[in-house]
Design a protein around this ligand. Structure first.
Ligand SMILES: NC(=O)c1ccc[n+]([C@@H]2O[C@H](COP(=O)([O-])OP(=O)(O)OC[C@H]3O[C@@H](n4cnc5c(N)ncnc54)[C@H](OP(=O)(O)O)[C@@H]3O)[C@@H](O)[C@H]2O)c1
Length: 244
């Protein structure tokens, strides 16, 4: 049976948008104490407004690719039962290799691989034995497309780190969700004006006949937070994308 999460303190890095925002709404409804983290004060305040009907999260402005800001985040947050990171800055990283700029590659690696390692480094010592860390990889590592080299490599690297951290940081549990295509603001950076066309054609291809919602992924993360017997695992939430 999944553990009751009521009263648990959860930090969601990336909680001002997309999957992290949906997760925050679900956890507030379950009466968790939730902190959301992002770089943009504006997006944090907008998230607070959207979450009003569910409860009141704490807001932390931090760039988690910077170690001093990660340290400050945990000083401010105090004890944390569960840490979730859905942060990603993949602007310019979905490109064919001749157009892939080192800056964009570097930014994406820092946001999805370096940041989770920094968060684990500074967060884990403050977490109780029943705590967990849940990170976000993605389908690009399993069903790569042209322009997907950087993101495929990044997601695979993150999953390697998840397995290693599950061993090193035990009894804390460390897991990842691997989303398929999910309609969130990240698509503005992935495909811009072409997003809706791509999402619609993927919906036709998938066994479930639709693309994902942020709530589909939030549900899976809630499950990972509550199940005390899962660690070092990648939970695929992708509508059957790996099969087609
Ligand atoms: N949506 C999909 O189809 C899809 C598919 C596969 C995998 N994924 C993965 O799922 C995860 C969540 O994606 P999403 O669609 O929910 O993305 P999203 O809506 O773009 O939200 C990600 C949030 O992360 C925050 N962030 C980025 N860099 C940060 C940093 N350095 N420090 C602190 N916060 C930072 C951003 O807030 P600020 O700008 O305020 O910092 C942003 O709002 C990502 O890892 C993504 O790669 C998504």
């Amino acid at each position: 049976m999944n553990r009751n999460l009521e009263g648990q303190r959860v930090v969601i890095v990336g909680g001002n948008s997309g999957m992290g925002l949906a997760l925050c709404a679900q956890l507030l409804t379950m009466r968790c104490e939730v902190s959301i983290v992002g770089r943009s004060r504006e997006k944090l305040e907008a998230a607070r407004k959207r979450l009003r009907e569910f409860g009141e999260p704490r807001l932390h402005q931090a760039d988690v690719t910077r170690e001093e800001e990660v340290r400050r985040l945990f000083d401010e947050a105090g004890t944390v039962d569960h840490l979730v990171c859905t942060a990603a800055d993949i602007r310019g990283s979905y490109e064919l290799l001749p157009r892939l700029e080192l800056d964009a590659l570097d930014r994406a690696i820092r946001s999805k691989v370096v940041a989770p390692i920094l968060l684990a480094k500074h967060g884990a010592p403050r977490m109780p034995a029943h705590g967990s860390i849940t990170l976000t990889s993605g389908i690009a590592a399993y069903r790569p497309r042209p322009k997907g080299v950087a993101v495929a490599a990044i997601n695979a690297a993150l999953e390697g780190a998840v397995r290693a951290m599950a061993v090193e940081l035990a009894p804390l549990r460390i897991n990842a969700v691997s989303p398929g295509w999910v309609r969130t603001p990240i698509w503005d950076d992935v495909a811009g004006a072409d997003s809706e066309r791509l999402l619609a054609s993927m919906a036709e291809r998938l066994p479930v006949g639709r693309v994902g919602t942020a709530d589909d992924i939030a549900d899976a993360i809630v499950f990972l937070l509550g199940n005390g017997y899962i660690t070092g695992t990648v939970l695929h939430v992708e509508g059957g994308h790996r099969l087609v």
